[in-house]
Design a protein around this ligand. Sequence first.
Ligand SMILES: [Zn+2]
Length: 465
Amino acid sequence: MDLLHSQLAALQQKLSFVATDPIDWKFYVQAFSWGVTLFESYLLLRQYPLYSKTSPPEVLADHFDAEAFTKSQNYGKDKAKFSLITGLLKQALDSAMLHYGLYAFAWNIGGRSIAYFGYGSEYEILQSLAFAIVLFVISSIPSIPLSAYQTFVLEEKHGFNKTTPTLFVTDLLKSWAIGFVIGMPFLAAFLYVFGWAGDRFVPWLMAFLLAFQIIMVIIYPTVIQPLFNKLSPLKEGELRTRTESLATKLKFPLKHLYEIDGSKRSSHSNAYFFGLPWSKHIVIFDTLIKESKPDEVEAVLAHELGHWYHMHPTKLLCVSQVHIFTILAMFPAFLHAPQFLRAFDFSQAVSVRPPTIVAFLLFQMILSPLEAVIGIALNFLSRQFEWEADRFACEIQDRLSAPEMKDMGERLSRALITLHVKNLSTLWVDWLYSAYHHSHPTLTERLKALQAYQSKRDGAAKKEL
Ligand SMILES: [Zn+2]
């Protein structure tokens, strides 16, 4: 522990310029965030002309008829336009909020609202909670019409929307209520740990965040998700038998097998698993069950179990711990720097003893270009995991000595194609756009790889004979 703290102290020494040098932080944040937004707009402009291509890539030509292809191109085009406009609009709003010192304003409103109830600025956690609410209200107002447009115009036009206006409003209110019920105690505890641990907050805060993540894994599916969707046990039948037998053979600790009514809101479809290491649950969307045959859904699940087998969620959790550690390790230099807050229009009185939440929020803005780079790296890693899970599905016959699974790769290919056709997913993808945004390889890439795994495996099997 002492070694950790001496290393952290050395890092703070390196960053001590934050407290001493006069730096126009606000200008940097403006430049960084516009830089990221303009780069994202540039990527959309690279991708956009591909939506005008008139035929699908060669490998997919047999699977997409002209109608399905045109539909997916039109959907892609509309989504790209929407992303371009909303991206620029959101950035313009954020930029204006920053320019006009809205964060300092929100902090003062927070202070005034707690003063109304007789609490002074010495109640920093209370004022922080009020500040968070004010900021939340200010920033969520413009996003409501955008989200309504996306659901009722864009998704509706392409036949995906199943949400009614009543459902839209109740969903919104429910998610706010949940955000409040979970977010407020979380924020209060987070700030409390900060204050309590003093300069030695890094390991304590990491332990706190890890505990919070684990608690969320437990309560999300049991408490939160049922508020939005209905999870019902998967009916007896071929799919259930196949899934249970697959789980048993792989020693996957399957506790519950659910079907989720994803079709209540949208026709997009999928499957996933979650839970603690010794008790897992698999959830399959009703839309996937409707659109694919049981043996194809089984192949999708084989892919999902490949993620489990290769411990992808655990690996991602470790990566996120390193990420959190880096952020926290750099933070004190910004927390103990009144000049840093002054650069964002906070008054002298507030800046002298910087409130943790304010310093942390502004510090996050400074990190935006770094976060963009980390996002690219994480997407890259996620794509590697997808390849690995596809390969797992393809080679499962050898792992389980189950010759009846020899066509798992083909079944997965068929399921992926169906998913793409039904979801009108984009078929032509610009490589840079994909490297930045995609957590999954493109369909073309996956089909090619699945074929390659299959023929490599068949070749190896022949040699053995
Ligand atoms: Zn996957």
